[in-house]
Design a protein around this ligand. Structure first.
Ligand code: FAD
Ligand code: UDP
Length: 365
């Protein structure tokens, strides 16, 4: 059997590309996935207690792109869901992103307007220019104390780097607010797939021209398969046998626990922003899917170096190393590198879908 395309990886990048190639260009596609399931890091499944859990951390779909939302809506119905996160310091919980309520509770103030909060930030922030790293971007907005309370330790635990060693884009993902909006995201579309992500991926990949093989590293079959072109969504350094050295990816150990109680915590996610515990956050999964059940499943996230590569690590040194790989990748027009691992970019799901659709239109079609 000869395929038009070999696609490495059944996450968003690989699956969306497979769907486009099969449905729009009638191409025969083989998707090779090294794990024992589709959906990449968005994989979810029911645990033994009947609770839908996100095996690789909480995945909340949020986007401002109508195109991305409409595209995925072909494969799933949605449940509206606006993510809220609380940050735990000692025994107290505070809204994160930092907002008016955070400031009032933390400093026992009674700021009533956006203007008053703006003035408060003005009085405590430290001017940093240029903004070179993740410490600068936060201190420049809210000053040292809030930075140290909410960002310093969490960031160190998550990345094993100080914020001043990381690109401003890392902590810059988190806005600072002067109002009392406690939502984590403010995008126009915020949803969870009604029957879960894995079911959505089953529909994306359900096409007569698409074949999926699981539990298979593409390197173990590549010499026996016949295909014209390749889409690669795995780690780019692995593809090139680490010829320019290893790119660091941050991993996480997830510890799941089922508890004999209806609810464990106030919100689906609580960030442990101090350095008293090693884990970064606790997720209560039924609060994401809004499931009713007598018990509840929670997961603790322990960041680590080894393991499944989840996060590219945005430092200048790593960016330069990635660019060496990219230069090599650009020489071969039979292979397209796309997705979070292949482009070494800290992408959200909607960004991966948007990019994959764009690559399909501009480079494949
Ligand atoms: P992946 O999902 O990583 O897919 C790549 C696939 O390639 C994997 O399945 C991998 O097993 C496979 N593969 C790798 N190497 C090989 C090989 N050699 N042979 C065969 N197969 C291979 N995004 C959001 O928008 N909202 C969120 O709330 C959110 N939360 C997140 C929480 C966590 C803890 C993490 C880690 C990520 C989160 N994300 C979130 C980001 C989201 O997971 C990614 O944007 C998205 O999954 C990237 O899709 P991808 O296809 O590029 O990569
Ligand atoms: N961050 C932090 N404290 C928080 C939340 C986030 O220091 O309470 C920093 C941390 O460095 C984290 C980054 O901001 O890795 C991005 O946070 P986000 O919640 O977007 O991380 P993700 O969900 O992608 O793991």
């Amino acid at each position: 059997m000869k395929y038009d395309y070999l696609i490495v990886g059944a996450g968003f990048a690989g699956s969306v590309m497979a769907e486009r190639l099969a449905s729009q260009l009638n191409k025969k596609v083989l998707v090779v996935e090294k794990r024992n399931h589709i959906a990449g890091n968005a994989f979810d499944e029911y645990d033994e207690h009947g609770i839908l859990v996100h095996r690789y951390g909480p995945h909340i779909f949020h986007t401002n792109s109508k195109e991305v939302f409409d595209y995925l809506s072909q494969f799933t119905q949605w449940v509206p869901y606006e993510h809220k996160v609380l940050a735990k310091i000692g025994d107290e919980l505070y809204p994160i992103p930092i907002n008016r309520l955070t400031i009032n509770k933390l400093y026992n103030l009674n700021l009533k307007t956006d203007e008053e909060v703006k003035n408060y930030f003005e009085s405590v922030k430290e001017k940093r220019f240029p903004i070179l790293n993740s410490e600068d971007i936060i201190v420049n907005q809210v000053g040292k104390d809030l930075f140290e309370k909410f960002f310093k330790h969490y960031t160190k635990k998550q990345w094993n780097l100080e914020p001043n060693e990381l690109s401003p884009s890392v902590c810059g993902r988190i806005p600072v607010r002067t109002n009392d909006d406690c939502r984590y995201f403010t995008d126009k579309y915020q949803f969870i797939p009604k029957d879960g992500y894995t079911k959505m991926f089953e529909k994306i990949l359900n096409h007569k021209n698409i074949e999926v093989i699981l539990n298979t590293d593409y390197k173990s079959i590549i010499n026996t398969m016949k295909f014209d072109k390749m889409i690669y969504t795995g780690p780019i350094d692995y593809f090139f046998d680490y010829k320019f050295g290893k790119l660091p990816y941050r991993s996480i150990r997830f510890e799941f626990r089922n508890l004999p109680q209806a609810q464990f915590q106030e919100t689906a996610q609580i960030n442990y922003v101090d350095n008293l515990v090693e884990f970064t956050r606790v997720i209560e999964h039924k609060l994401l899917s809004q499931q009713n059940s007598g018990t509840t499943t929670i997961s603790f996230e322990y960041p680590q170096k080894e393991g499944e590569p989840f996060y590219p690590v945005p430092t200048e040194e790593n960016r330069n190393k990635y660019l060496q790989y990219k230069k090599e990748a650009d020489k071969n027009n039979q292979i397209i590198f796309c997705g979070r691992l292949a482009e070494y970019q800290y992408y959200n799901m909607d960004q991966v879908v948007a990019n994959t659709l764009k690559i399909f239109e501009n480079e494949v079609k």
